[in-house]
Design a protein. Structure first.
Length: 210
């Protein structure tokens, strides 16, 4: 099962990816995570990416695609994978096709912008291990402290209200056109994000089994 998860920042893609991983045993390939891993491991593409991140620039498509290719060749991706955070643009989607990667299904998790803004402003991330929490939906056992490693929970700059508005505007302009791209290919399924994570998960599993 080769999946792509689409949805605005804060729509819950990461959470649903975790649920799919648990049920189907395929890895979630998050672009941000694998770029950081490639940089840390000093792979050929990782070193290229590092040059851009060190200069405070976005990693260009050809380097991101190279890193994705390296990751998808690994043994754990043999039976499928979930792409989260890639592709972000039509050229990236076309590059994925040109790599010969045949995607089975594209799930688009739809959540209104005002709800996303409320969600993201409550998100907190561990400063040590990067585990994600929420002041309303996924509270840590001890306020301000990560359950997994005891690290301090912080609000990322990305989750500040003004940044959220800018990220949503960028998503609508750059990434939303992917919905039409995959709809024309007959791969797109829209899942309406629910208030409760479990309700969204039930709809995601139903979409995957249809």
């Amino acid at each position: 099962m080769k999946l792509i998860l689409l949805g605005a920042p804060g729509a819950g893609k990461g959470t649903q990816a975790e649920k799919i991983v648990e049920k189907y045993g395929i890895p979630a390939v998050s672009t941000g995570n694998i770029i950081r891993a490639a940089i840390k491991e000093g792979t050929n593409m990782g070193l290229k990416a590092k040059a851009y991140t060190d200069a405070g620039q976005l990693v260009p498509d050809d380097v991101v695609i190279g890193i994705i290719q390296e990751r998808l060749r690994e043994k754990d991706c043999e039976n499928g994978f979930i792409l989260d955070g890639f592709p972000r643009t039509i050229p990236q989607a076309e590059a994925l096709q040109n790599m010969g990667v045949d995607i089975d299904k594209v799930l688009d998790i739809e959540v209104p912008d005002d709800k996303i803004a409320a969600r993201l402003s409550g998100r907190r991330v561990c400063s040590k291990c990067a585990n994600s929490y929420h002041l309303l939906y996924k509270k840590p056992k001890k306020e301000g402290i990560c359950d997994a490693c005891g690290g301090k929970l912080i609000q990322r700059k990305d989750d500040a209200p003004e940044t959220v508005r800018a990220r949503l505007a960028e998503y609508h302009e750059m990434t939303e056109p992917l919905k039409d791209f995959y709809k024309k290919l007959g791969k797109l399924t829209v899942v309406e994000g629910q208030e409760n994570v479990e309700d969204t998960t039930a709809l995601v599993f139903k979409a995957l089994e249809d």
